[in-house]
Design a binder for this molecule. Sequence first.
Ligand code: SF4
Length: 204
Amino acid sequence: MVHDHVHISYGVSKLGADIPSVNLPVGCTCRKDAPCFKKCYARRGRFSFMRNRAYLETNLELWHCDPQFFEQEVTIAAFRSRFFRWHSSGDIPDADYLAMMVRIARNLHNTRFLCFTKKYELVNAYITAHGALPDNLTVVLSAWGSFQPENPYDLPVAHIRFRHEAAPIPENARLCPSYCGDCVITGMSCWDLKQGEAVVFHEH
Ligand code: SF4
């Protein structure tokens, strides 16, 4: 089958040029009742530009029509990097995709992967069925104010500090310094979050 390549993003300003990411469209990959949709930065920033939106759609199409090819292309991109980010835009589309993320992490021991998600049930069901995620795949459950994850496995949680609303934020949450390119070398980044830990972001 001849088709487009998976688009890997190297220029996400928050991540820096050394942290590639693969991105998907928002909305169709997000949980149906996602409370953050109206304020989602991925619908306003660089991912909202027409060409970038087309890349996101192509990535999702490739996942649907040729998942092996998708996995192979992401593996090649991640192989060259110490740190890799799943989804600056979009979320885990389905359980097979999460299984692919786990396979890639298991195959690439020298790369550390990070994924924020509101697909809590999908991640919890995977762990229930297959056991713990690999150590080099950090999955962080994203809360949104009072919209808090079901978290039976005590996965790390990301919180938002809203400008005009109070939100429950644990005292141990690390405040995001905003630029991952510098943060990853501190050993205190989101890639290093462990069970029971948390990070907090200021509302965009
Ligand atoms: S805490 Fe660090 S790694 Fe996490 S999002 Fe913020 S800058 Fe990036």
